[in-house]
Ligand binder design. Structure first.
Ligand SMILES: C[S@@+](CC[C@H](N)C(=O)[O-])C[C@H]1O[C@@H](n2cnc3c(N)ncnc32)[C@H](O)[C@@H]1O
Length: 299
């Protein structure tokens, strides 16, 4: 996060600055409807709420990433890009790796340092970063963080930075939404999806609408949050690159990576989810995309 909003970490005991209260405090931009307030990203700005909304008690994502790294013989030094709350980075640290974890959100980083210690947490922009030449044996980038590269220049910046950060033969492990899923399918689009959950005695309800912006090649999300604590609704907007499997292959090849695995599952966010010992498939049909690529040994 680049704004002051990111510095406001929710009060851990009372949660008073969490949730919609936080969105209201942010006061970022003008509301689009009566009593509606825009927030940058309620969940990213409120890491505790993020973990409550997307619990991963069995550390499935971290276990999947560690399985990829072990199976393909990665060395111990790992960079987790777009690390969010730090859960996966801490899991990799617990598995014996030396982990640096990076995010743009100061709120996420503060939460990660306090709640998931072990890794070294740093602020970095995945569109272009310099955390040392050949400083890592692997880069992991989970839960669609890579898709915050909206433009080709940003994707090139990401891959060029990974190339510089990795030692020869280093691995890139990433999992994300699959742009190809949306070719000819509209089941996830245009119709609002409602989700409810309770956190610290407050009932939250999110209404999420996904649309495809074909010109920008982005999946755009509008999410409206309401809660039963009297706070006004909060509307937030996010976007992800609709990246297609062959496009990703081409971009990786252009940056000297060899694709070892590219598939739609099983993975940590597939249905059914990945289980220990399961090997990757070969199709790229379903809604998640997993990629493991190796930087060529000679540069
Ligand atoms: C969906 S979360 C995923 C977090 C974590 N990897 C996980 O799997 O739980 C995406 C994360 O990417 C971060 N992010 C978004 N844009 C970024 C950028 N340009 N550079 C670094 N991090 C970014 C957000 O702050 C957020 O923490």
């Amino acid at each position: 996060m680049t704004d002051r909003m990111a510095d406001r970490v929710p009060d851990r005991e009372t949660g008073r600055k969490a949730g919609l209260e936080m969105g209201r405090e942010a006061g970022l931009g003008k509301g689009r409807g009566p009593g509606r307030v825009m927030s940058r990203n309620l969940l990213t700005d409120n890491p505790e709420l993020y973990e409550a909304r997307f619990p991963d008690p069995d550390r499935l994502a971290g276990r999947w990433a560690e399985d990829c790294l072990r199976r393909l013989g990665a060395g111990p030094r790992v960079l987790d890009l777009g690390c969010g709350t730090g859960r996966d980075a801490a899991h990799l640290h617990g598995a014996g790796r030396t982990v640096t974890a990076a995010d743009l959100s100061e709120a996420m980083l503060a939460h990660a340092r306090a709640r998931h210690p072990g890794p070294t947490y740093v602020r970095a922009d995945l569109h272009g970063f310099d955390l040392g030449r050949a400083a890592f044996d692997a880069v992991v980038c989970l839960d669609s963080s890579l898709l915050y590269c909206h433009t080709d220049d940003q994707l090139d910046g990401f891959l060029a930075s990974c190339r510089q950060a990795l030692s020869p033969g280093g691995l890139l492990v990433s999992e994300m939404r699959n742009g190809a899923y949306f070719l000819g399918r509209t089941d996830l689009l245009d119709t609002p999806a409602v989700n409810s959950f309770t956190w610290r005695g407050t009932a939250y309800r999110s209404t999420t609408t996904l649309t495809v912006d074909r010109t920008a090649q982005l999946l755009r999300r509008t999410r409206v949050w309401t809660s039963d604590d009297g706070a006004p609704p909060v509307e937030q907007r996010s976007s992800w690159r609709l990246l297609f499997p062959l496009e990703l292959r081409r971009a990786l090849a252009a940056h000297d990576f060899e694709v070892l695995e590219l598939h739609d599952g099983p993975g940590p966010r597939t249905e059914p989810p990945w289980q220990d010992g399961q090997l990757p498939g070969h199709a790229t049909e379903a809604d998640r995309l997993h990629v493991v690529a190796r930087l060529h040994s000679t540069r």
